[in-house]
Ligand binder design. Structure first.
Ligand SMILES: *[C@@H]1O[C@H](CO)[C@@H](O)[C@H](O)[C@H]1NC(C)=O
Ligand SMILES: *[C@@H]1O[C@H](CO)[C@@H](O)[C@H](O)[C@H]1NC(C)=O
Ligand SMILES: [Zn+2]
Length: 439
């Protein structure tokens, strides 16, 4: 055997024993292995299996002696919502609700370094899986924090509820939207909720006090058809393109505010064209000598809570799709823009909100630093809770972690995951045991 081959043989032996060792670790029941096993359940759209994660989490809840309910808000009962409760010594106090969603977005397996439902853990501790950051981490971290607190004989004063909800990634209409409007939810008497947040490549924890509201706008134009060679006014394409120009200028003005450093991306209105549809189909393409009589464009619009939605509706009707230019439009408002009292959907992050002060203190006690509270550029289930007037913060304890939600190769490092459990131990114990003076 040459030296070369000998070295190779040793490497192979080491690799084989290393593999066996990590296999054994998989067998152990640890917070990490429970996280990996949860990640291995494929709950990606378009066909998430909701039975499997609900059974998995129910089994964990049984070991923790939590109260377990499975709620259904669809007639087919194909979209279960798992609700767990750790009762408090003062059941009449407003409760704490910890929310996470069961589903995830799809993954293009062939573009991943490790299969997206393998939860492969690399030698440096990165756990690769769809859902590792969004948001299966917090589901297991909540439960592991409760496990530790229970082992230390901590008993909450307020009830602590955990909800594991379906369909967040497709708008939550059969999930949190129905849950938040239900009698079961009212009975929980929720005082404060934590929902998912986002990772931070830096070393501060990000926290979100509002989401932007998504609107879909479809603008349709009609006009006289004509030969491609003719110059005439008010064709469908011309009228639609005038709208696109006006909206493009508005978009640029909003973006300029961000570029000038005067606002974050999530603090302005975004208007992005997402499709254009027109032309007379012919063969593999379009008739090039016909000016079409119809044209259509779609826009993704996001409205921060600081903006009066009525002003945007007015702008759409008067400037972006005016009847005078023979335009019609369809506006699909995907979720509320105001709470049930007509107030902006934003949770106060100052001393006027006692839950905020306790939360902030609990992060500091866990040795963490909070970043300046942010508006989330996209949306989460939190907006449906804020609509009910419930203060809600978006928070996923991931520092020094690249933002990979919905991306290829989504991962979370084991050390970051474990640190997150410690953070929730501090946060859950503090929030569940504080009592307001007025109560
Ligand atoms: C969902 O997962 C469960 C448990 O793993 C399995 O028994 C069931 O067949 C799955 N359902 C579907 C529709 O794939
Ligand atoms: C709108 O349509 C009407 C009826 O076809 C037409 O007379 C008018 O010129 C059009 N106006 C514009 C601005 O397209
Ligand atoms: Zn999410």
């Amino acid at each position: 055997m040459s030296n070369h081959l000998l070295t190779l043989a040793i490497v192979l032996v080491l690799a084989a024993t290393g593999g066996a060792h990590s296999e054994q670790q998989h067998q152990h029941d640890t917070p990490i292995s429970r996280f990996q096993n949860y990640l291995r359940i494929n709950t990606a759209h378009p066909n998430p299996n909701y039975t499997a994660p609900v059974s998995f989490l129910t089994a964990i809840a049984q070991t923790l002696n939590l109260q377990i309910q499975t709620l259904h808000f669809t007639p087919s009962k194909s979209k279960p919502l798992l609700l767990l409760t750790w009762p408090g010594s003062h059941p009449s106090l407003p409760s704490l609700l910890l929310n996470s969603h069961l589903d995830s977005v799809p993954a293009e397996s062939h573009k991943w370094a490790h299969p997206p439902f393998s939860a492969h853990r690399t030698a440096d501790g990165r756990i690769f899986a769809r859902g590792a950051q969004d948001d299966k981490c917090i589901a297991i971290q909540y439960l592991e924090a409760i496990r530790t607190l229970k082992a230390a004989d901590f008993a909450p004063i307020r009830p602590v509820h955990l909800s594991f909800v379906p369909d967040e990634e497709i708008g939550g209409l059969d999930g949190v939207a129905k849950f938040a409007a239900s009698e079961e939810f009212r009975d929980l008497n929720v005082g404060f909720m934590l929902d998912e947040g986002q990772a931070n490549p830096g070393d501060e924890f990000r926290v979100f006090y509002a989401d932007r509201t998504p609107w879909n706008l479809i603008v349709k134009a009609k006009g006289a058809p004509g030969h491609g060679s003719r110059l005439y006014d008010n064709g469908a394409m011309e009228n639609l393109m005038k709208s696109v120009e006006v909206m493009t200028r508005f978009r640029a003005a909003q973006f300029d505010v961000v570029k000038a450093g005067k606002a974050a991306l999530s603090e302005v209105i975004s208007v992005n064209p997402v499709y254009l549809k027109s032309g007379i189909a012919s063969g593999d393409g379009f008739a090039m000598n016909v000016q079409p009589s119809e044209a259509e464009a779609g826009f993704d619009i996001r409205i921060p809570p600081t903006v009066d939605p009525e002003l945007v509706r007015k702008r759409i009707a008067e400037e972006w799709a005016p009847e005078a230019r023979n335009l019609t439009y369809q506006l699909i408002e995907k979720g509320p823009t105001r709470d049930f009292r007509g107030r902006p959907l934003a949770t106060p992050t100052d001393d006027s909100n006692p839950w905020w002060s306790v939360f902030k203190q609990a992060i500091a006690s866990a040795g963490g630093k909070l970043a300046k509270p942010e508006i989330l550029a996209s949306t989460t289930d939190a907006r449906f809770m804020r609509q009910q007037g419930i203060p809600t913060l978006g928070f996923s304890p991931m520092t020094n972690t690249p933002i990979l939600l919905h991306d290829h190769n989504e991962f979370l490092k084991d050390t970051v995951f474990l640190k997150g459990i410690k953070v929730y131990e501090s946060v859950i114990s503090a929030l569940s045991s504080f009592v307001e003076i007025s109560e």
